[in-house]
Ligand binder design. Structure first.
Ligand SMILES: Nc1ncnc2c1ncn2[C@@H]1O[C@H](COP(=O)(O)OP(=O)(O)OP(=O)(O)O)[C@@H](O)[C@H]1O
Length: 252
């Protein structure tokens, strides 16, 4: 169980004369619970704080105030390697760090001292699950499209078999067929591998198919947090496009 209690995140500004200044709010008063087996989809207009929230949950950023708990243990008390095993994030534009795909997929397991045979079995299993062709194993990221890199990065996260998987717009660079297949696999994961998923996804048709809950962020605050069955998806689509249009008009 993941729990956020009254979490606030402010930018940190430093002044030469006055030391640390309060900065401006990125996320405000975020209280949230994600239960095992949940498939939480986060939506919100550009700049609403979606990526910042995932980064907090992955402990890439520390909250300015408030607390985050995993299974009732406060984040700061969980050794970082233990937390990285339990909670894994796939960034929006993942990198393979110059490795070939085969090496990149095996790397998290090599780091954990897992035997070669199990590494090979797990890598093959997730490669096949995500329909990643064997021929990619000897390719480097320069030979992959951004969608292909996303898919490899998701497989690399899944080989760890984390408790919670955080995905930042995982389908944004995929073609429709691959995106639909990925969403289908992700939807099964809580049942097949006890993996809870928190995903940012703007593609509402896919979000509707995937999610058990929907968290809607607006200007760094929770606008709604509801079971997916209670969402009026058409109304949500209209609302999000209105907010985006207004932001664009203000920008221009
Ligand atoms: N390290 C940082 N320093 C200063 N401001 C930041 C930092 N990280 C994020 N922000 C600001 O916080 C706000 C939320 O950013 P975030 O990337 O979380 O939004 P988002 O909802 O993921 O947006 P998008 O859909 O465009 O990716 C934005 O105004 C952004 O400029």
């Amino acid at each position: 169980m993941l729990r956020l209690e009254q979490v606030n995140l402010y930018t940190r500004l430093k002044s030469q004369n006055q030391g640390n200044l309060p900065g401006y709010p990125i996320l405000q008063d975020i209280s949230l619970q994600v239960s095992p087996g949940d498939r939480l989809n986060i939506v919100g207009a550009s700049g609403a704080g979606k990526t910042s929230l995932l980064r907090l949950i992955n402990r890439l950023t520390e909250p300015t105030s408030g607390k985050i708990y995993l299974d009732n243990q406060e984040y700061s008390r969980i050794p970082i390697l233990e937390l990285r095993q339990a909670v894994t994030m796939v960034m929006q534009e993942p990198k393979l760090l110059g490795m070939m795909v085969g090496e990149a997929l095996a790397y998290p397991l090599v780091l954990r001292g897992i035997s070669k045979q199990i590494i090979q079995e797990r890598v093959n299993y997730w490669r096949e699950q995500l329909h990643i062709p064997e021929a990619w194993l000897n390719k480097t990221e320069v030979h992959l499209s951004s969608g292909e890199r996303q898919l490899v990065a998701i497989a690399r996260a899944l080989v760890i078999q984390p408790q919670i998987l955080l995905l930042d717009e995982p389908t944004s660079a995929l073609d429709i067929g691959t995106a639909a297949h990925l969403i289908h696999i992700l939807t099964q994961l809580p049942h097949t591998h006890s993996i809870t998923i928190v995903m940012v996804n703007h593609q509402l048709e896919l979000a509707a198919e995937f999610s058990t809950r929907l968290l809607h962020l607006h200007q760094g605050q929770i606008f709604t947090n509801q079971p997916a069955t209670e969402i009026n998806w058409q109304q949500l689509k209209t609302h999000l496009s209105q907010v985006e249009a207004q932001a664009t008009a203000e920008w221009i």
